[in-house]
Design a protein around this ligand. Sequence first.
Ligand SMILES: NC(=O)c1ccc[n+]([C@@H]2O[C@H](COP(=O)([O-])OP(=O)(O)OC[C@H]3O[C@@H](n4cnc5c(N)ncnc54)[C@H](OP(=O)(O)O)[C@@H]3O)[C@@H](O)[C@H]2O)c1
Length: 258
Amino acid sequence: MKIAIAGASGTVGRHVVEAARQGGHEVVALTRGTGVDVREPGTVRTALDGVEAVIDVLNLMSPSGRKATEFFEATSKVLLDAGASVGVRHHVTLSIVGIDRAPHGYYAAKLAQERAVGSGPVPWTIQRATQFHDFARQMYELLRLGPLRLAPRGRVQPVDTGELGQRLVELAQGDPLGLAPDFAGPQEENLVEMVRCYARAQGAAGKIPAISIPGGLGRAQRDGSLLPGPGAVLGTRTYSDWLADQGVRPHGEASTAT
Ligand SMILES: NC(=O)c1ccc[n+]([C@@H]2O[C@H](COP(=O)([O-])OP(=O)(O)OC[C@H]3O[C@@H](n4cnc5c(N)ncnc54)[C@H](OP(=O)(O)O)[C@@H]3O)[C@@H](O)[C@H]2O)c1
């Protein structure tokens, strides 16, 4: 089957492409790097010729909730309208677990995207997933106080992006489900420990104090609002597996694996 992947070069998109090709599908990559800006209806309509399913893993990381909302609403509308005009039978969108339980501009943007998909002209599936394993690295890079690194308190059940890519392709092959059961990693992790393990694995020796991020999002992260709901589909790869993949062992010893 011919599958279009919007955001094919991204963190998840690369894995969606790999899973689709392994499954014997023909892939149409929709990224600006391949000459397709998903905000341009004519370009997208041409690119979707013969496509049966669209998987949307586009992203815009912006501190502005308004800009992110405009992006997700506009790109979903273009993909759905173009998809309907060429006979796409299934539109699959990746969203985030807990966005309706945590106040955050980016999460509001993802909710707006979900509404656009739900009211669009193509039968759809929305797959909400938990944070990626890479979330710990992002927190480690982001949270600094002078020379000190900080680890935010939180309950997370991180997911492997390779397994998520496979899940999205499996969904695209099947019938539209509407809102699918959440997709998450195999076990809950303590975000402070994840960040500290990541730091040790990088060879960082200093203390990394735990902090509580103020505000509603920090509270939601701590109270379990971002954990998967009942009936969630779980992957098998753990955070330790991911750390080992990065060429380091969870407890900071260099891996001999190449
Ligand atoms: N991070 C998490 O923990 C997490 C958890 C659950 C769900 N999600 C969701 O996963 C999705 C994918 O995130 P990600 O981190 O994989 O994204 P990413 O690495 O930032 O990649 C974004 C992709 O979108 C493409 N893109 C952006 N603007 C475009 C445009 N105007 N036209 C065409 N392509 C465009 C980029 O390619 P070009 O730059 O070449 O255009 C790139 O391929 C997001 O919707 C996010 O909300 C994330």
